[in-house]
Design a protein around this ligand. Sequence first.
Ligand code: T4K
Length: 365
Amino acid sequence: MPAFEKNIYVTMPALAPLAEVNAYLEKVWASGIMTHNGPLVQQFERDFSAWSGHEKSVAVNNGTLAIQLALRALDLPAGGEIITTPFTFIATISSILYEGFKPVCADIDPETLNLDPAKIEALITDKTVAILPVHVFGNPCDCEAIDAVAKRHGLKVVYDAAHAVGVTYKGKSVFTYGDVSTTSFHATKLLNTSEGGGVFSTDPEVDRKVRELRFFGYNAEKDVDLVGTNAKMTEVNAAIGLANLRYLSHIVADRKAKYCLYRSLLAQNPTLAFQKIDPSCNCSYFPVIFDSEATLLRVEAALRRDHVFARRYFYPSVNTYAKLGITNACPISEDISKRILCLPLYWTLPEEAVRKIAELVLAAI
Ligand code: T4K
């Protein structure tokens, strides 16, 4: 008999009661405005900025285009090199390539799993135009050290904060660091609009450009001064986001509590390692690092037999995808990628299930 009757996936969307989404949708139906920076998108941008404590948000249709628009808004020299992390989701790298830049991977810190600021400088060449770190699993990067390297070499910084809703660094929203930050409001994220993303900059010029870029490049005079695209968030997506936003503080607190529970239960086994997290980490994922890939595969298979579907975020280390043409080796990322598994963690996951999954992991090791 499997431990769980129904499948347990790595995550489930955090959803407000349908009636609360419908209350917003009624406004959409009444006005007939479905898209084009409508009133709900504007409200979502204002309310989300207020919740997270940064100045301005530009809502877009996903976290991948958010990175692309951020890169485009910075007017970086065409074809330049961008130093980034190999321990990330493919979208970080594909966005760099899609915008015509060359990704160069610097290795990660083995404890925080974020881009190691000490590894950046050796990779800077006369072609380097920017640094693009990721706040991995919602654990903030060492922004001070990264921004100092960037300043010394006259480079721009774009933070991929896809996992980092609600995260602070030195008391301020992580979205306020670098030249621009981006996030994802995908169904699997703490705050979801089904599909969606956000771009944040304290520079009004970057903010203006991103707004134009998401709307075909039109400026306020309906002239086109940028090569834009269609990256608008719809009113329906904003309605879902506004309803979910009311529960966001509760969702973050719930993740942190379940994260701590997993950690305390699994700490019994000294062969397991965990990401070293900052107190402001939003605990959006629960990654476990095993002593070998063989152990990981054994645990993953055992969980599957009990209908638990953990996920190998992030595997493989993106610098090893042959098609991407990244030539630098990143031994720490390559090693950790083979040994890290994210266990189910989401709002509606019962505490009892966390206890049971931890028990199954310990038994399978
Ligand atoms: N930068 C970073 C660092 C990122 O991690 C991501 C995305 C991005 C940029 C780009 O942001 P977006 O363009 O996606 O906004 C998922 C997500 O699709 C992706 O958003 C996320 N990161 C990545 C880490 O994970 P998959 O292929 O692993 O997810 P999927 O569809 O298998 O979903 C995982 C589990 O969630 C499923 O087993 C069941 C559950 N689920 C999923 C969906 C989509 C649901 O219950 N309902 C749903 O609608 O990529």
